[in-house]
Each structure stands twice: as C-alpha cells, then as structure tokens.
Design a protein around this ligand. Structure first.
Ligand code: ADP
Ligand code: MG
Length: 238
C-alpha cells in the first residue's frame, strides 16, 4: 500500500502554468523528497497528490485506483504542514482524536491510536495542554501525531521542520527517519534544505519551474547530476 503514480500532472492558475507535466512513480514505503527553489511548484504538487486541490490535467493513481477527482478525505493520505495547523482551542489529546471522531470510529480504537501515537512521539505528558502551551518542536510532534493516528498509506509533509531552530531540526530529522523505518509508510517530503533531502531520501526529485529536472538516489544525484542546475542545487562539484 502507498504506491503512487502521477501521469502528466499539470496545474495552471489563470495564465500561470505552475506544474508543466509531472510524471513520477513512488513505490510502496519509499521516502521521496521533493526539492527545488522557492516557487518551483513543490507545495502545489503536494496539494494535487493530497486532493486539497485538483490538477488542470493529468492522472493520479494510488494503489492502482484513479483518485484524480477523489476528495482529500477519501485518498487515505495524511498531510503535515510547516504551520502545524493545530486547533488552538483544543487540547493535544483532542487535536489528535478530532479527525477520528469525525469518522465515527469506536472510542476504544480512538483511545488506542492516540495512546500509540503519543508514545511513539513522546508527547504523552502533553495530552492535556493546548497548542499555545507547547514549544515549536512539541507542536510539530503533535502535527505529525495527528497524521499518524489516521494510519495513512502515505504521509505528505510540506517543509515540516522549517519553522524549527537548526538544532531541533537535526534531531527531528533523525526522528522522522526512525518513524519511517517503523511505520513503513510511503513518505513524500518537501524541503528546500539540501542536507535534509540528502539524509532522509530514498530518492530525491529535483524540481525547477514546474518540471522535474532529475529523479535519483542521493548518491546518484551527488555523483551524477543530470545538469548544472542539479549540481548547483545539491552542492556537488559540476
Ligand atoms: P514552492 O512550494 O515550490 O515554493 P508553490 O507550489 O507554493 O511553490 O508555488 C508555485 C507557484 O505557483 C508560485 O509562483 C505561486 O505564486 C503559484 N501559486 C501557488 N498557488 C497558487 C494559487 N492558489 N493561485 C495562484 N498562484 C498560485
Ligand atoms: Mg512550498
């Protein structure tokens, strides 16, 4: 589960062509990182995959099912944003449980999923706090927890660590890698941080101006960049 296929994805806003034909296949359990300069279409591409937005053209398949016109709630994916997007008036517990209550899941199942996510992310002692009473790192853990409780086939993460200070970013990076090992779920991760991309990715997708410049493992990308742009972006000698 968590096999994602993008065929010729295009997205325009008015006269602006933001995605210009993206073809990509993401394997089950793969950690794929989208990198590229600001404005190249990373978030837009993630929004098309998540179902928060619809492409102007192209086809999206998840586990063989055409989901191009399927809404976000029915794609079995979970999104994590840079801005956390927690409900400020709810406790951490309720932030974690909220989406599940909407799904009419049995109470015991909700309780066990919340407890498991809280344990995994070491936020069990914070369950009665509200977001305003948390540090940035703790808020980001809650945001990730809210994705985990949904047991998605894939996680879509849009620059989830970019609001954290450098030290915390490094430790959270390691935690995300450990989480991926453990959950075995597909992860699609957007960042403009090359080091983050190189350390986390099974494969890196380099985007530029709404197109894919190269898809490769970190080692391949470093050793054999397809062009000067990729070489410059990844920081390898060209
Ligand atoms: P990135 O995440 O790589 O920084 P984005 O995907 O956010 O880039 O944006 C790519 C381009 O699409 C930018 O030029 C941005 O202004 C434009 N864009 C994104 N969303 C919209 C929208 N809803 N309406 C108009 N333009 C948009
Ligand atoms: Mg973005």
């Amino acid at each position: 589960m968590g096999h994602i296929r993008l065929q010729d994805i295009r997205k325009s806003f008015g006269g602006l062509d933001v995605l210009k034909g993206i073809d990509l296949e993401i394997n089950e359990g793969e950690f794929v990182v989208f990198v590229g300069p600001s404005g190249c279409g990373k978030s837009t591409l993630l929004r098309q995959i998540s179902g928060l937005d619809r492409p102007s053209a192209g086809r999206i398949e998840i586990d063989g099912r055409d989901v191009t016109t399927v809404g976000a709630a029915d794609r079995g994916l979970a999104m994590v944003f840079q801005s956390y997007a927690l409900y400020p008036h709810m406790t951490v517990h309720d932030n974690l449980a909220f989406g599940l209550q909407n799904n009419k899941m049995p109470k015991a199942e909700i309780a066990s999923r919340v407890a498991e996510a809280a344990r995994m992310l070491e936020i069990g002692h914070l369950l009665n706090r509200r977001p305003a009473q948390l540090s940035g790192g703790q808020r980001q853990r809650v945001a990730i927890g809210r994705a985990i409780v949904r047991d998605p086939t894939a996680f879509l993460l849009d620059e989830p660590l970019s609001n954290l200070d450098a030290e915390l970013r490094v430790s959270m990076r390691a935690e995300l890698a450990a989480l991926h090992d453990r959950l075995k779920a597909t992860m699609i991760y957007v960042t403009h941080d090359q080091i983050e991309a190189m350390t986390l990715a099974d494969r890196i997708v380099v985007l530029r101006g709404g197109q894919i410049e190269q898809v490769a493992t970190p080692m391949e990308l470093f050793n054999r960049p397809a062009n000067r742009f990729v070489a410059g972006f990844i920081g390898a000698p060209s």
